[in-house]
Each structure stands twice: as structure tokens, then as C-alpha cells.
Design a protein around this ligand. Structure first.
Ligand code: SD4
Length: 351
């Protein structure tokens, strides 16, 4: 279990990540290193990032812009009804409302975000409109919806029958313990759709995506329905620039998944980028940011998950998580369906 010995042992694991099977295939290469000039790459959190990456690659491959690629890429899980933590089909809050958070950022510090947005399938596209068509960075709740409607987005019910049934099941006990990332229980079995978590449902599927295009431009996007059964009005890290997402064209980008409160407390993605600015590799920077959370929250960290994913301006990629089970998908000219396991502080599940 997660005693000091296993903590130390897990912390001392080497830098070379093992390979992970995905759809019967194996990513046989090493953790992605620097790109040669004029080539592109996109990475995203979790194994379902493969499909999102491929949509992004349809733009990046022919030489398109990173910003367009990340927006189109994360729209895939936003529309995936089987993904219960992003977009349509996401699990609702404890009062039955599906509320969505999203952010987008380019290499020049342009950024936009929405939080607690309801009834709009693609919050990432509303976030981009906030970035490009308002002088603001973040719109929330009713105001964000009003803006989306004014921009021509169509309203629709995002609560699917499956998500509603899961909510009704949760209501039987209504035990308020919103927790995240049960992949520590489901690792290797569920293909990203977790089940059986404390509190009654899996909800670890936030997507954070980082891309670099053939012209060397970086961009990132992050989108989620947040914690299942959360308090109405709760907002996580995903729409907070510097927490769930940060991009700096001179350095690189970072994104996060997991318990948003812990990421916000540590300005997580900003920290990862600043550590890269100081010379750390993406892997080292993600690891240091995770260890800061664990150091501050030694006891709590045994039962929560946070994972960071980073890419520097050379296209090098790294990731690190508190718990075992965090994966990330990588797509470039070499192959488009790779999934790699992140290293973690704790080598074993807390459950
Ligand atoms: C949040 N960070 O709302 C999101 C949830 C998440 O993997 O990433 N789940 O706190």
C-alpha cells in the first residue's frame, strides 16, 4: 500500500516509461523526444485522447494551425455520449444539471474560458469565442450561456438518459463525496470509462490537449464536465488559465487532469511551464509539480489523483501523476494511435 517505503520506491522509478497496450497495439518507441523542424505533434490526456488526437491531426498533418487543431480535437470527447466527464453525456451536478468548464490558449498569451456553462455541446468553441470576440478571459454560468446564444450556438439538453440514470442511482444514497480518477481501480480494463469509484461513478475523463504545428506554433485546450455530483456552482481547474491549462510560446504548454482543487491551489499548469522555463524537461517539470501537491497534502494525496501532461517548444513530451493509471495519447507523423502510461508517485492503488 501507500506507506512511506512504497512512496519512496515509486518516487525512485526510472525515467523510461514502460509501454502500454492500446486496442491490441503497442507503442514501441520511447517517450516522445524533440521533433525535427517543420513537423507537428499533438498529445492529450487519457487513452480516449487517441480519437481526439486523430481529429486534431486531420488539421495538423496537412500543415494547419495548432489552435484550430486543439479546438477540433477536443470536440470529439465533448460529443462522445459514452464519455461521462466531458461535454454531452457528462454526469450532472448533485442537483441534476450538466455544467461544463473549458479553456483554450495560444502561444501568444491569448486565452478564453467558460465555466459552469449549461446546454451547449461544445464549451471549447465558446471559450475560443470568448478569446477572440470579447476583451475578457472567462465567462461563467448564465452570462456564458447568454454569450454563446448570441454567438449562434444552439441550446440542447446535455443530460443523456444514461447519465440521468446514474444520477438517480447516486441519489439513493446522495453521499456527498465527489471524487475523481477511479482508474486506479480500473487500470487496464475499462478503456478509459471508469466505474465503481467511491461516491458511485467513474468521472476521470477530462481532456487536456497540447499541440505544436509545423510552423512551431503551440496551443492548448482543456474541457470537462468536472466532478460527478459536484455542488451546484463548483468550478474546477480546467477553465482556470494557469491551473488546468497554460501555454507560453517561448517555453511550452501544460495541462492537468484530476482533482481540480489541488491543481488550482498550486497554479499547476503555470508551475509546470515555469519549471520548463528554468530548464527542466517536460517530464521533470510535471514530476516536480506533482510532488509539490503531495508534499503539501501528504495524507490527502493518498486518495486523490492529479496528473500533468506537458510539451515544450521542441515538441518533447512528459507526464507525471500522483496515482498509477494516468495515461496520455501521442500523435505525430510517425504514428497516430500511441498511448503511454505516466509514471506516478504511488505505484499502487489506494483502494
Ligand atoms: C475538475 N480536473 O473539474 C477536473 C476533473 C478531471 O479527470 O480532470 N477529471 O476538477
Amino acid at each position: 500500500m501507500t506507506d512511506r517505503r512504497s512512496f519512496l520506491k515509486a518516487s525512485l522509478l526510472g525515467a523510461a516509461a514502460p509501454v502500454l497496450a492500446w486496442s491490441g497495439k503497442l507503442f514501441a518507441g520511447p517517450v516522445p523526444g524533440a521533433l525535427s523542424t517543420g513537423t507537428a505533434r499533438v498529445v492529450s490526456t487519457w487513452d480516449f485522447g487517441v480519437a481526439a488526437n486523430q481529429a486534431a491531426w486531420a488539421i495538423l498533418g496537412p500543415g494547419g494551425r495548432a489552435l484550430d487543431a486543439v479546438e477540433k480535437g477536443v470536440q470529439v470527447p465533448e460529443s462522445d455520449l459514452k464519455n461521462h466527464s466531458v461535454g454531452k453525456g457528462g454526469y450532472p451536478d448533485r442537483d441534476g444539471h450538466v455544467t461544463l468548464d473549458a479553456s483554450i490558449m495560444d502561444a501568444d498569451g491569448n486565452c478564453g474560458a467558460v465555466a459552469a456553462l449549461e446546454n451547449i455541446e461544445h464549451p471549447i468553441s465558446v471559450a475560443r469565442r470568448v478569446m477572440e470576440r470579447t476583451p475578457h478571459v472567462l465567462l461563467v454560468g448564465a452570462g456564458a450561456l447568454q454569450f454563446a446564444i448570441a454567438q449562434g450556438f444552439k441550446q440542447q439538453n446535455l443530460l443523456t438518459p444514461e447519465a440521468e440514470a446514474a444520477w438517480h442511482e447516486w441519489l439513493k444514497t446522495a453521499h456527498y463525496q465527489p471524487s475523481i480518477n477511479s482508474e486506479v481501480r480500473d487500470y487496464g480494463k475499462s478503456g478509459g470509462q471508469a466505474t465503481g469509484m467511491p461516491g458511485g461513478a467513474g468521472n476521470h475523463d477530462t481532456i487536456g490537449m497540447l499541440a505544436i504545428d509545423a510552423q512551431g506554433r503551440l496551443a492548448g485546450a482543456c474541457t470537462t464536465s468536472g466532478m460527478a455530483w459536484k455542488m451546484r456552482g463548483r468550478v474546477g481547474d480546467s477553465p482556470i488559465i494557469g491551473a488546468g491549462l497554460y501555454v507560453d510560446g517561448e517555453v511550452g504548454g501544460a495541462t492537468s487532469t484530476g482533482v481540480g482543487e489541488e491543481v488550482i491551489r498550486n497554479a499547476g499548469s503555470f508551475l509546470v511551464v515555469e519549471l520548463m522555463r528554468q530548464g527542466r524537461s517536460p517530464h521533470e517539470a510535471c514530476k516536480e509539480a506533482v510532488l509539490r501537491i503531495v508534499k503539501r497534502r501528504r495524507e490527502a494525496s493518498k486518495t486523490i489523483q492529479v496528473g500533468f501532461l506537458a510539451m515544450n517548444r521542441a515538441g518533447e513530451v512528459g507526464a507525471y501523476a500522483i496515482q498509477r493509471g494516468f495515461t496520455y495519447a501521442v500523435c505525430d507523423a510517425r504514428r497516430q494511435d500511441a498511448v503511454l502510461p505516466s509514471e506516478s508517485v504511488y505505484a499502487t492503488s489506494y483502494s
